[in-house]
Design a protein around this ligand. Structure first.
Ligand SMILES: [Zn+2]
Length: 231
């Protein structure tokens, strides 16, 4: 369901009944389903639309752990958000204050603080980014200081690959230069706003990659043109 006026997207996720659910603690197959549940969780924004997942899941009978929640895959059972959103927040913590991140995502200040605290405890480590095929580039503004940050995400996994200051061609170049030639060659498409400096950087470093403009930005650009013509 997409609501263009509210810029909110709701996605429903249902368990795939062909597979036996597994226990989120010991990862073994369930002995049977105990009950069905549903909760709303927050995911990474799809471009600038706030994205909610209506997540249907089961409580299961596990031989060793008793009645527990099944393994939820992309969701951290203790948080009301996806793992990729939590990872995004952690990346932002390197550049923004907790208050700024809370404003940017419309989340509670305490939620952000808890994620940060948890990550510090677990000594969250940087892994190799592998060979992403589809990238999404987004910019966010930090209102008070008129600062911009550029975010690059692996579109398929939702993993945040890079957060850079500004939204210039050089901001993206820093990212592309950190990749190997083989990593750059693997990129097939980049989704982004119609923003010349980004287009320039992608054209230079990944000339073979397709550039895709997202619908929300395209619609608002057309809206501006139509308004001008009407006037
Ligand atoms: Zn178990």
């Amino acid at each position: 369901m997409i609501d263009n006026t509210q810029k909110e997207i709701e996605v429903t996720v249902e368990p795939d009944k062909r597979y036996t659910p597994i226990c989120h603690i010991c990862k073994t197959k369930a002995n049977g389903v105990h009950s069905y549940h549903e909760r709303m969780i927050r995911d990474l924004n799809v471009f600038d639309a706030r994205t909610m997942i209506r997540y249907r899941y089961r409580k299961i009978r596990c031989r060793t752990c008793g009645i527990v929640v099944e393994d939820l895959g992309l969701v951290e059972p203790s948080l009301r958000m996806t793992r990729r959103l939590a990872r995004y927040i952690l990346e932002l913590c390197k550049m923004m204050t907790i208050r700024e991140i809370a404003d940017h995502l419309g989340l509670d200040w305490k939620t952000i603080k808890d994620i940060h605290k948890e990550a510090l405890k677990n000594r969250y480590e940087e892994e190799d980014i592998g060979y992403p095929v589809l990238l999404a580039v987004d910019e966010i503004s930090v209102k008070k200081q008129h600062r911009y940050l550029t975010i690059i995400i692996n579109w398929e996994t939702g993993r945040v690959l890079f957060v850079g200051r500004g939204r210039r061609c050089n901001t993206l170049k820093d990212f592309f230069r950190s990749l190997t030639g083989k990593q750059r060659a693997a990129i097939q498409a980049v989704a982004m706003d119609m923003w010349d400096p980004y287009i320039k950087a992608v054209t230079k470093y990944c000339p073979h990659a397709a550039i895709v403009f997202d619908q929300f930005h395209v619609i608002s650009s057309f809206g501006r043109v139509i308004n001008r013509v009407l006037k």
